[in-house]
Design a protein around this ligand. Structure first.
Ligand code: PRT
Ligand code: ZN
Length: 204
């Protein structure tokens, strides 16, 4: 039986460093040298899977990884069968709807019949349904903030942290769709090493 606990975290990006620091705080040390997609822990039977954040939920859901760290926003956008062990105090941001300064859209009711650009169609669709708004979603993989400028959309729905990016594109937030932060998730295929890890985290 394979006893190694496999932990999926972001390879590089906003969650990488703090994910490693969190695991260090549990006592796990990693050399993190080279470009490998897996990294053995130097002082425990643990292996890191270093992947795109978008792939963390599927890896954990399928049991390829026992646990993982991913933004609540990414988790909510997918349809994965994982359990959240703990919300972590980093990667804090919010998914917000924003419009160009001076737009006639001032509140969510004004979004009726308008075009909204986003990389989070599932979360946004559900939010609009709850608020009984019919709007056209324009799906983009990135650079969502540019959509109003190029007349691709009337509003955007994107992650906001400091608000600097919105400001730089002449956009103002009008509604918060969801609050987000990093979450520690576990696979439905719970192995003894997963159970031990979950117990360790519960003692924090
Ligand atoms: O390569 P990979 O696919 O792994 O990474 P990625 O580029 O998809 O994700 P990354 O590293 O940008 O973000 C990873 C996670 O960090 C996100 O899924 C969120 O959970 C969290 N997070 C926290 C953020 C932000 N804050 C954030 N500010 N993710 C993105 N942003 C972007 C936002 O999209 C916008 O472009 O930063 C800009 C806004 O920032 P402010 O400070 O100007 O408001
Ligand atoms: Zn990503």
């Amino acid at each position: 039986m394979n006893t190694t606990l496999k932990i999926a975290i972001q390879k590089k990006g906003r969650l990488h460093e703090e994910s490693v620091v969190f695991l260090n705080s549990l006592g796990y040390q990693f050399a993190l040298a080279g470009k490998g997609l897996t990294q053995a822990c130097t002082n425990a039977d643990v292996s890191l899977l270093l992947v795109r954040d978008d792939d963390v939920p599927a890896l954990v859901s399928s049991g390829v990884a026992d646990v993982g760290i991913v933004g609540k926003n990414v988790l909510a956008e997918g349809a994965n069968n994982v359990s959240v062990i703990k919300s972590l105090p980093f990667g804090v941001c919010r998914l917000a709807i924003a419009v160009p300064t001076g737009s006639s859209i001032a509140c969510i009711a004004d979004l009726e019949g308008e075009r909204i650009a986003t990389s989070y169609p599932r979360i946004l669709r559900s939010y609009l349904q709850r608020n009984r708004i019919n709007a056209a979603l324009v799906q983009l993989c990135g650079s969502v903030e540019i959509a109003p400028e190029i007349n691709l959309a009337d509003a955007i729905c994107d992650l906001v942290q400091s608000g600097t990016t919105l400001k730089a594109h002449g956009l103002v937030p009008i509604a918060t769709v969801m609050e987000s932060q990093a979450e520690l998730i576990a696979s439905p295929f719970v192995r003894p090493q997963t159970e031990a890890f979950i117990k360790q985290v519960a003692l924090l």
